[in-house]
Design a protein around this ligand. Structure first.
Ligand code: SAM
Length: 160
């Protein structure tokens, strides 16, 4: 996948080197969205956004058992086409800069995106959702209910 490493705005600061490499993530699925280009992709998902499909690869599809009870789920994904070396960013090309951790920019040392989405339906190993804001083909890291049956203030849908 390509990234935009050649693009850096005048007030932005990039760094080199890694503090340490000690996490191994596995991509457990892939997200299909209509957003094939950044210019088409919302900066944050909206409940009235288009339906998107989250495909969960075997064997992790078995881990979906019970997910249909939750109207709202949290999705974590890997923003695979982001650069990862900016400590200071200049969103919107203004003269104002922000540290990376003061932003929800996709450009960060570990480009993990999160979204609370509305679960529309489950089709086998695919979750159909609304409110996503990632490019088509974005790798999936994790799925969590907003609160599960064993959390304080558990909120599964009532049966029936
Ligand atoms: N909702 C997530 C969050 O807050 O953690 C992501 C917010 S981020 C501002 C969303 C933007 O990231 C999109 O508008 C798009 O420009 C960019 N983006 C989406 N998918 C990406 C991907 N796979 N790789 C790199 N950038 C991506």
């Amino acid at each position: 996948m390509s990234s935009d490493h050649a693009d850096i705005r005048p007030l932005e600061i990039a760094v080199s080197g890694q503090a340490g490499v000690d996490a191994t993530l596995q991509f457990i699925g892939r997200i299909q969205t209509p957003f094939t280009d950044r210019s088409l992709c919302p900066r944050q998902g909206r409940p009235d956004g288009p339906e998107c499909r989250i495909e969960i690869f075997p064997p992790w599809d078995q881990a979906l058992q019970g997910i249909e009870d939750y109207p709202r789920i949290e999705v974590l994904y890997w923003l695979d086409r982001s650069r990862r070396d900016l400590v200071v960013q200049n969103p919107g090309h203004s003269d104002r800069t922000f540290g990376t951790f003061a932003l929800r920019s996709p450009v960060r040392p570990n480009p993990i995106g999160t979204c609370m989405v509305d679960l529309v339906r489950v089709e086998g190993n695919v979750l159909v959702v609304r409110s996503l804001d990632c490019l088509d083909g974005t790798p999936l890291l994790d799925i969590k209910p907003d609160r599960c049956a064993f959390s304080p203030k558990a909120a599964p849908k009532p049966a029936g």
